[in-house]
Ligand binder design. Structure first.
Ligand code: AMP
Ligand code: MG
Length: 405
Protein backbone atom coordinates (compact mmCIF):
# COMPACT_ATOMS: atom_id res chain seq x y z
CA UNK A 1 0.00 0.00 0.00
CA UNK A 2 1.34 3.45 -0.83
CA UNK A 3 2.06 6.10 1.82
CA UNK A 4 0.27 9.45 2.14
CA UNK A 5 3.41 11.19 0.83
CA UNK A 6 3.39 9.01 -2.29
CA UNK A 7 -0.35 9.37 -2.74
CA UNK A 8 -0.44 13.18 -2.50
CA UNK A 9 2.50 13.42 -4.94
CA UNK A 10 0.58 11.26 -7.40
CA UNK A 11 -2.48 13.47 -6.99
CA UNK A 12 -0.57 16.69 -7.59
CA UNK A 13 1.49 15.23 -10.46
CA UNK A 14 -1.67 14.12 -12.22
CA UNK A 15 -3.49 17.45 -12.02
CA UNK A 16 -2.73 20.66 -13.92
CA UNK A 17 -4.14 24.14 -13.32
CA UNK A 18 -7.37 24.84 -15.22
CA UNK A 19 -6.88 26.84 -18.45
CA UNK A 20 -6.70 30.58 -17.77
CA UNK A 21 -9.62 32.90 -18.42
CA UNK A 22 -9.93 36.70 -18.52
CA UNK A 23 -11.78 38.17 -15.51
CA UNK A 24 -12.73 41.74 -14.65
CA UNK A 25 -10.52 42.86 -11.75
CA UNK A 26 -13.46 43.06 -9.33
CA UNK A 27 -14.28 39.39 -9.92
CA UNK A 28 -10.71 38.18 -9.46
CA UNK A 29 -10.33 38.25 -5.67
CA UNK A 30 -9.24 34.80 -4.42
CA UNK A 31 -8.07 33.68 -7.88
CA UNK A 32 -4.51 32.91 -8.96
CA UNK A 33 -2.84 34.96 -11.70
CA UNK A 34 -1.91 33.17 -14.91
CA UNK A 35 0.21 36.08 -16.22
CA UNK A 36 2.75 38.65 -15.06
CA UNK A 37 1.21 42.08 -14.62
CA UNK A 38 2.94 45.34 -15.55
CA UNK A 39 1.94 48.79 -14.38
CA UNK A 40 0.33 51.02 -17.01
CA UNK A 41 1.80 54.21 -15.54
CA UNK A 42 4.02 55.69 -12.83
CA UNK A 43 2.73 55.79 -9.27
CA UNK A 44 2.51 58.36 -7.89
CA UNK A 45 2.13 60.11 -11.24
CA UNK A 46 3.86 63.26 -9.87
CA UNK A 47 5.70 64.46 -6.77
CA UNK A 48 3.04 65.24 -4.14
CA UNK A 49 2.54 66.07 -0.51
CA UNK A 50 2.22 63.34 2.12
CA UNK A 51 0.68 65.76 4.65
CA UNK A 52 -1.78 68.60 4.95
CA UNK A 53 0.61 71.54 5.37
CA UNK A 54 2.73 74.09 3.53
CA UNK A 55 5.20 73.58 0.67
CA UNK A 56 8.25 75.76 0.13
CA UNK A 57 11.87 75.61 -1.01
CA UNK A 58 14.19 74.23 1.65
CA UNK A 59 16.78 76.82 0.54
CA UNK A 60 14.55 79.44 2.23
CA UNK A 61 14.25 77.65 5.56
CA UNK A 62 15.77 79.06 8.72
CA UNK A 63 14.49 78.17 12.19
CA UNK A 64 11.40 80.31 12.84
CA UNK A 65 11.52 82.23 9.54
CA UNK A 66 8.22 83.76 8.28
CA UNK A 67 7.08 83.17 4.68
CA UNK A 68 4.06 84.67 2.87
CA UNK A 69 1.54 82.10 1.59
CA UNK A 70 0.89 82.88 -2.07
CA UNK A 71 -1.42 80.08 -3.22
CA UNK A 72 -3.03 76.69 -2.66
CA UNK A 73 -2.47 73.21 -4.11
CA UNK A 74 -5.24 70.66 -3.50
CA UNK A 75 -5.54 67.03 -4.60
CA UNK A 76 -7.29 67.29 -7.97
CA UNK A 77 -6.66 71.07 -8.10
CA UNK A 78 -2.93 71.71 -8.50
CA UNK A 79 -1.40 75.15 -8.29
CA UNK A 80 -0.55 76.12 -11.85
CA UNK A 81 2.31 78.50 -11.30
CA UNK A 82 5.97 78.53 -10.36
CA UNK A 83 6.44 79.47 -6.73
CA UNK A 84 8.82 82.41 -6.25
CA UNK A 85 11.68 82.10 -3.73
CA UNK A 86 10.91 82.94 -0.08
CA UNK A 87 7.19 82.15 -0.38
CA UNK A 88 5.06 79.16 0.60
CA UNK A 89 1.97 77.35 -0.71
CA UNK A 90 -0.82 75.85 1.32
CA UNK A 91 -0.90 72.19 0.23
CA UNK A 92 -3.11 69.22 1.12
CA UNK A 93 -2.29 65.48 1.14
CA UNK A 94 -2.02 64.08 -2.38
CA UNK A 95 -1.78 67.50 -4.03
CA UNK A 96 1.05 67.92 -6.58
CA UNK A 97 4.15 69.69 -5.33
CA UNK A 98 4.22 73.12 -7.00
CA UNK A 99 7.27 73.96 -9.12
CA UNK A 100 9.87 75.68 -6.98
CA UNK A 101 8.98 73.73 -3.80
CA UNK A 102 10.78 70.66 -2.48
CA UNK A 103 9.76 70.40 1.18
CA UNK A 104 6.51 70.24 3.19
CA UNK A 105 5.89 71.18 6.77
CA UNK A 106 2.71 69.84 8.41
CA UNK A 107 -0.03 72.30 9.44
CA UNK A 108 0.43 71.33 13.09
CA UNK A 109 4.09 72.49 13.02
CA UNK A 110 3.60 76.06 11.75
CA UNK A 111 2.26 79.20 13.33
CA UNK A 112 -0.19 80.94 11.00
CA UNK A 113 -0.21 84.75 11.22
CA UNK A 114 -2.71 86.10 8.69
CA UNK A 115 -1.21 85.39 5.25
CA UNK A 116 2.14 84.39 6.72
CA UNK A 117 3.42 81.23 8.30
CA UNK A 118 6.26 80.79 10.76
CA UNK A 119 8.34 77.70 9.93
CA UNK A 120 9.40 75.32 12.74
CA UNK A 121 12.81 75.13 14.42
CA UNK A 122 13.53 71.72 12.89
CA UNK A 123 13.08 70.79 9.23
CA UNK A 124 14.68 68.39 6.72
CA UNK A 125 15.03 68.93 3.00
CA UNK A 126 12.44 66.90 1.07
CA UNK A 127 10.40 65.95 4.16
CA UNK A 128 6.81 64.79 3.64
CA UNK A 129 7.18 64.63 -0.14
CA UNK A 130 6.11 61.50 -2.05
CA UNK A 131 8.13 61.29 -5.25
CA UNK A 132 6.83 60.45 -8.72
CA UNK A 133 7.13 56.70 -9.42
CA UNK A 134 8.50 55.95 -5.95
CA UNK A 135 5.83 53.24 -5.50
CA UNK A 136 6.19 51.76 -8.99
CA UNK A 137 7.04 52.91 -12.48
CA UNK A 138 5.35 52.33 -15.80
CA UNK A 139 5.98 48.81 -17.19
CA UNK A 140 7.34 47.58 -13.88
CA UNK A 141 6.22 44.00 -13.13
CA UNK A 142 3.97 44.33 -10.09
CA UNK A 143 2.76 40.76 -9.67
CA UNK A 144 3.94 37.54 -11.20
CA UNK A 145 2.03 34.56 -12.51
CA UNK A 146 1.06 32.23 -9.66
CA UNK A 147 0.21 35.03 -7.21
CA UNK A 148 -3.12 34.64 -5.43
CA UNK A 149 -5.08 37.89 -5.56
CA UNK A 150 -6.41 39.19 -2.26
CA UNK A 151 -7.82 42.61 -1.42
CA UNK A 152 -4.35 44.21 -1.23
CA UNK A 153 -3.35 42.94 -4.67
CA UNK A 154 -6.68 44.04 -6.17
CA UNK A 155 -6.11 47.58 -4.83
CA UNK A 156 -2.56 47.62 -6.18
CA UNK A 157 -3.68 46.50 -9.65
CA UNK A 158 -6.52 49.03 -9.69
CA UNK A 159 -4.03 51.81 -8.85
CA UNK A 160 -1.89 50.65 -11.77
CA UNK A 161 -4.82 50.85 -14.21
CA UNK A 162 -5.39 47.10 -14.63
CA UNK A 163 -9.05 46.48 -15.50
CA UNK A 164 -8.94 42.74 -16.13
CA UNK A 165 -6.57 39.87 -15.47
CA UNK A 166 -5.89 36.37 -16.76
CA UNK A 167 -6.50 33.95 -13.91
CA UNK A 168 -7.18 30.29 -13.31
CA UNK A 169 -10.88 29.81 -12.62
CA UNK A 170 -12.22 28.31 -9.39
CA UNK A 171 -12.97 24.64 -10.07
CA UNK A 172 -16.48 23.27 -9.89
CA UNK A 173 -16.94 19.95 -8.10
CA UNK A 174 -19.64 17.30 -8.54
CA UNK A 175 -20.39 15.29 -5.39
CA UNK A 176 -22.21 11.96 -5.30
CA UNK A 177 -23.29 10.10 -2.17
CA UNK A 178 -23.72 6.36 -2.49
CA UNK A 179 -25.50 3.80 -0.32
CA UNK A 180 -28.83 1.95 -0.13
CA UNK A 181 -29.12 2.99 3.52
CA UNK A 182 -29.10 6.74 2.80
CA UNK A 183 -32.10 9.07 2.76
CA UNK A 184 -32.25 12.77 1.94
CA UNK A 185 -32.12 15.32 4.75
CA UNK A 186 -35.73 16.15 5.64
CA UNK A 187 -36.90 12.54 5.42
CA UNK A 188 -37.49 10.40 8.48
CA UNK A 189 -35.05 7.46 8.30
CA UNK A 190 -36.83 4.09 8.47
CA UNK A 191 -35.17 1.33 10.50
CA UNK A 192 -31.77 0.60 8.92
CA UNK A 193 -31.59 3.99 7.22
CA UNK A 194 -29.54 7.11 8.01
CA UNK A 195 -29.50 10.61 6.60
CA UNK A 196 -26.94 11.35 3.90
CA UNK A 197 -24.90 13.76 6.01
CA UNK A 198 -21.69 13.52 3.96
CA UNK A 199 -23.06 15.44 1.03
CA UNK A 200 -23.89 18.33 3.34
CA UNK A 201 -20.55 18.08 5.13
CA UNK A 202 -18.51 18.04 1.91
CA UNK A 203 -20.56 20.77 0.22
CA UNK A 204 -20.20 22.99 3.31
CA UNK A 205 -16.46 22.44 3.52
CA UNK A 206 -16.00 23.19 -0.17
CA UNK A 207 -18.23 26.25 0.07
CA UNK A 208 -16.06 27.45 2.93
CA UNK A 209 -13.06 27.01 0.61
CA UNK A 210 -14.83 29.13 -2.04
CA UNK A 211 -15.76 26.17 -4.25
CA UNK A 212 -19.21 25.65 -5.75
CA UNK A 213 -20.59 22.13 -5.90
CA UNK A 214 -23.04 20.28 -8.09
CA UNK A 215 -24.95 17.70 -6.07
CA UNK A 216 -25.49 14.43 -7.88
CA UNK A 217 -27.72 13.25 -5.03
CA UNK A 218 -27.72 9.76 -3.56
CA UNK A 219 -26.98 6.77 -5.79
CA UNK A 220 -28.32 3.41 -4.68
CA UNK A 221 -25.73 0.63 -4.62
CA UNK A 222 -26.99 -0.27 -8.05
CA UNK A 223 -25.21 -0.29 -11.43
CA UNK A 224 -27.72 1.72 -13.44
CA UNK A 225 -28.31 4.38 -10.82
CA UNK A 226 -24.54 4.80 -10.20
CA UNK A 227 -23.76 5.03 -13.93
CA UNK A 228 -26.46 7.60 -14.63
CA UNK A 229 -25.54 9.87 -11.74
CA UNK A 230 -21.78 9.61 -12.32
CA UNK A 231 -22.24 10.61 -15.96
CA UNK A 232 -23.95 13.84 -14.86
CA UNK A 233 -20.75 14.76 -12.99
CA UNK A 234 -18.48 14.43 -16.00
CA UNK A 235 -18.85 18.05 -17.10
CA UNK A 236 -17.30 19.44 -13.92
CA UNK A 237 -13.65 20.01 -13.02
CA UNK A 238 -13.51 17.31 -10.36
CA UNK A 239 -15.75 14.35 -9.56
CA UNK A 240 -16.06 13.28 -5.94
CA UNK A 241 -17.93 10.30 -4.55
CA UNK A 242 -18.57 9.28 -0.97
CA UNK A 243 -18.93 5.65 0.11
CA UNK A 244 -18.81 2.40 -1.82
CA UNK A 245 -15.04 2.30 -2.43
CA UNK A 246 -14.03 -0.28 0.15
CA UNK A 247 -14.03 -4.06 -0.21
CA UNK A 248 -17.64 -4.72 0.83
CA UNK A 249 -20.09 -6.67 -1.32
CA UNK A 250 -21.99 -3.47 -2.08
CA UNK A 251 -18.93 -1.30 -2.82
CA UNK A 252 -19.46 -0.79 -6.55
CA UNK A 253 -18.17 2.72 -7.22
CA UNK A 254 -14.88 1.63 -8.79
CA UNK A 255 -16.65 -0.78 -11.17
CA UNK A 256 -19.12 1.92 -12.12
CA UNK A 257 -16.30 4.40 -12.78
CA UNK A 258 -14.48 1.81 -14.87
CA UNK A 259 -17.52 1.54 -17.13
CA UNK A 260 -17.28 5.26 -17.96
CA UNK A 261 -13.58 5.43 -18.79
CA UNK A 262 -11.90 5.72 -15.39
CA UNK A 263 -8.15 5.24 -15.27
CA UNK A 264 -7.05 4.39 -11.76
CA UNK A 265 -3.93 6.05 -10.32
CA UNK A 266 -4.21 4.52 -6.85
CA UNK A 267 -6.63 2.71 -4.58
CA UNK A 268 -5.89 2.33 -0.86
CA UNK A 269 -3.42 4.44 1.06
CA UNK A 270 -1.68 3.55 4.35
CA UNK A 271 -3.60 6.18 6.33
CA UNK A 272 -6.18 6.12 9.11
CA UNK A 273 -8.90 7.10 8.55
CA UNK A 274 -9.33 6.94 4.76
CA UNK A 275 -7.56 3.73 3.77
CA UNK A 276 -9.88 2.86 0.82
CA UNK A 277 -9.41 6.26 -0.91
CA UNK A 278 -9.54 5.89 -4.68
CA UNK A 279 -7.98 8.34 -7.14
CA UNK A 280 -7.77 8.42 -10.91
CA UNK A 281 -8.96 10.30 -13.96
CA UNK A 282 -11.65 10.16 -16.58
CA UNK A 283 -9.93 11.82 -19.52
CA UNK A 284 -8.38 14.87 -17.81
CA UNK A 285 -10.99 15.13 -15.04
CA UNK A 286 -9.65 14.11 -11.62
CA UNK A 287 -11.93 11.62 -9.84
CA UNK A 288 -11.84 10.74 -6.14
CA UNK A 289 -13.73 8.02 -4.32
CA UNK A 290 -13.76 8.85 -0.63
CA UNK A 291 -14.78 6.38 2.07
CA UNK A 292 -18.29 6.80 3.45
CA UNK A 293 -17.53 7.10 7.14
CA UNK A 294 -18.09 10.80 7.87
CA UNK A 295 -14.82 11.56 9.68
CA UNK A 296 -12.93 9.60 7.00
CA UNK A 297 -14.70 11.50 4.23
CA UNK A 298 -13.87 14.79 5.94
CA UNK A 299 -10.21 13.90 6.61
CA UNK A 300 -9.59 12.69 3.05
CA UNK A 301 -11.31 15.83 1.78
CA UNK A 302 -8.70 17.88 3.67
CA UNK A 303 -5.64 15.85 2.74
CA UNK A 304 -6.52 15.06 -0.90
CA UNK A 305 -9.45 17.09 -2.26
CA UNK A 306 -8.51 20.56 -1.01
CA UNK A 307 -4.92 20.17 -2.32
CA UNK A 308 -6.26 18.86 -5.65
CA UNK A 309 -8.57 21.87 -5.91
CA UNK A 310 -5.75 24.24 -5.03
CA UNK A 311 -3.69 22.70 -7.85
CA UNK A 312 -6.61 23.12 -10.30
CA UNK A 313 -6.99 26.73 -9.17
CA UNK A 314 -3.30 27.36 -9.96
CA UNK A 315 -1.82 27.65 -6.45
CA UNK A 316 1.91 27.01 -6.42
CA UNK A 317 1.81 25.39 -3.01
CA UNK A 318 -1.19 23.11 -2.94
CA UNK A 319 -0.41 21.20 0.27
CA UNK A 320 -2.43 21.80 3.44
CA UNK A 321 -0.89 24.64 5.48
CA UNK A 322 0.95 23.55 8.62
CA UNK A 323 0.85 25.29 11.98
CA UNK A 324 3.18 24.73 14.95
CA UNK A 325 1.13 24.11 18.08
CA UNK A 326 1.50 22.57 21.54
CA UNK A 327 -0.39 19.49 22.59
CA UNK A 328 -2.89 20.18 25.35
CA UNK A 329 -2.99 16.48 26.29
CA UNK A 330 -0.99 13.31 25.54
CA UNK A 331 -1.58 11.51 22.23
CA UNK A 332 -1.10 7.79 21.65
CA UNK A 333 1.81 7.01 19.28
CA UNK A 334 1.56 5.89 15.69
CA UNK A 335 0.41 2.47 14.56
CA UNK A 336 0.82 0.69 11.24
CA UNK A 337 -0.75 3.46 9.20
CA UNK A 338 -0.15 7.19 9.20
CA UNK A 339 -2.91 8.54 11.41
CA UNK A 340 -4.71 11.87 11.09
CA UNK A 341 -6.43 12.95 14.30
CA UNK A 342 -9.12 15.61 14.43
CA UNK A 343 -8.77 18.24 17.10
CA UNK A 344 -9.54 21.76 18.22
CA UNK A 345 -7.28 24.77 18.65
CA UNK A 346 -7.33 27.49 21.22
CA UNK A 347 -5.04 30.41 21.80
CA UNK A 348 -3.35 30.66 25.18
CA UNK A 349 -0.61 33.17 25.99
CA UNK A 350 0.11 33.71 22.31
CA UNK A 351 0.38 30.00 21.47
CA UNK A 352 -2.11 27.64 19.92
CA UNK A 353 -2.92 24.56 21.98
CA UNK A 354 -4.26 21.51 20.14
CA UNK A 355 -6.69 19.15 21.82
CA UNK A 356 -7.43 15.86 20.10
CA UNK A 357 -11.19 15.25 19.77
CA UNK A 358 -12.23 12.68 22.34
CA UNK A 359 -14.23 10.79 19.74
CA UNK A 360 -11.93 9.78 16.89
CA UNK A 361 -14.29 7.11 15.53
CA UNK A 362 -14.31 7.55 11.77
CA UNK A 363 -18.02 6.73 11.71
CA UNK A 364 -18.88 9.70 13.91
CA UNK A 365 -19.71 13.19 12.76
CA UNK A 366 -19.08 14.17 16.37
CA UNK A 367 -15.29 13.81 15.97
CA UNK A 368 -15.52 16.83 13.66
CA UNK A 369 -17.41 19.02 16.11
CA UNK A 370 -15.21 22.06 16.84
CA UNK A 371 -12.33 20.54 14.86
CA UNK A 372 -9.95 23.11 13.35
CA UNK A 373 -6.94 20.98 12.49
CA UNK A 374 -5.65 17.48 11.80
CA UNK A 375 -2.67 16.07 13.66
CA UNK A 376 -0.61 13.71 11.48
CA UNK A 377 0.92 10.93 13.60
CA UNK A 378 3.54 9.04 11.57
CA UNK A 379 3.77 5.26 11.42
CA UNK A 380 5.51 3.92 14.52
CA UNK A 381 5.78 7.35 16.21
CA UNK A 382 6.32 7.25 20.01
CA UNK A 383 3.56 8.47 22.33
CA UNK A 384 3.36 12.26 22.41
CA UNK A 385 3.24 14.16 25.69
CA UNK A 386 1.21 17.12 26.81
CA UNK A 387 3.19 20.30 25.96
CA UNK A 388 5.03 18.70 23.02
CA UNK A 389 5.42 20.97 19.99
CA UNK A 390 3.89 19.41 16.88
CA UNK A 391 2.83 20.46 13.38
CA UNK A 392 -0.88 20.23 12.58
CA UNK A 393 -2.60 20.64 9.25
CA UNK A 394 -4.57 23.83 9.66
CA UNK A 395 -8.15 23.84 8.46
CA UNK A 396 -9.28 27.08 10.02
CA UNK A 397 -8.42 29.25 12.99
CA UNK A 398 -10.89 28.80 15.85
CA UNK A 399 -14.20 30.64 15.81
CA UNK A 400 -13.77 34.19 16.97
CA UNK A 401 -10.24 34.69 15.62
CA UNK A 402 -11.62 35.96 12.33
CA UNK A 403 -13.53 39.24 12.33
CA UNK A 404 -16.44 37.93 10.32
CA UNK A 405 -16.76 34.30 11.54
P1 AMP B 1 -19.12 2.69 2.81
O1 AMP B 1 -17.85 3.47 2.59
O2 AMP B 1 -20.11 2.85 1.72
O3 AMP B 1 -18.81 1.27 3.14
O4 AMP B 1 -19.78 3.32 4.10
C1 AMP B 1 -19.10 3.29 5.35
C2 AMP B 1 -19.99 3.86 6.44
O5 AMP B 1 -20.27 5.22 6.15
C3 AMP B 1 -21.33 3.18 6.55
O6 AMP B 1 -21.65 3.10 7.93
C4 AMP B 1 -22.27 4.10 5.82
O7 AMP B 1 -23.60 3.99 6.26
C5 AMP B 1 -21.69 5.45 6.14
N1 AMP B 1 -21.99 6.39 5.08
C6 AMP B 1 -21.78 6.18 3.75
N2 AMP B 1 -22.18 7.25 3.05
C7 AMP B 1 -22.65 8.14 3.94
C8 AMP B 1 -23.23 9.43 3.81
N3 AMP B 1 -23.36 10.00 2.61
N4 AMP B 1 -23.61 10.07 4.93
C9 AMP B 1 -23.45 9.48 6.14
N5 AMP B 1 -22.90 8.28 6.32
C10 AMP B 1 -22.53 7.59 5.24
MG1 MG C 1 -21.88 2.06 1.18
Amino acid sequence: MISYAEAISLVLDNISPLPAIEKPLDEACGLVLAENIQARWDMPPADNSAMDGFAFSFADWKPGIQLPVIGRSYAGHPLDQRVPPATAVRIMTGAPMPQGCDTVVPIEEVEENGDNIKLPEVCKQGQHVRYAAEEFHRDETLLSSGTCLHAGEIGLLASAGITSVRVHPIPQVAILATGDELVELGQQPAPGQIVNSNLHLLAARLKEAGISTLSLGIAQDDETDLDQRLRRGLQTDLLLTSGGVSVGDKDQVQDALNRIGFEKVFWKVAIKPGKPTLFGKIDTQPVFGLPGNPAASAATCEIFIIPALRRLAGHKNALPPRLKVRLAAPVKGGGKRQTFMWGSLHLEAGEYLFTVSNRQGSGQNRSLQGACALLPVPIGSPDLQSGDEVDVLLIRLPAGSNVYR
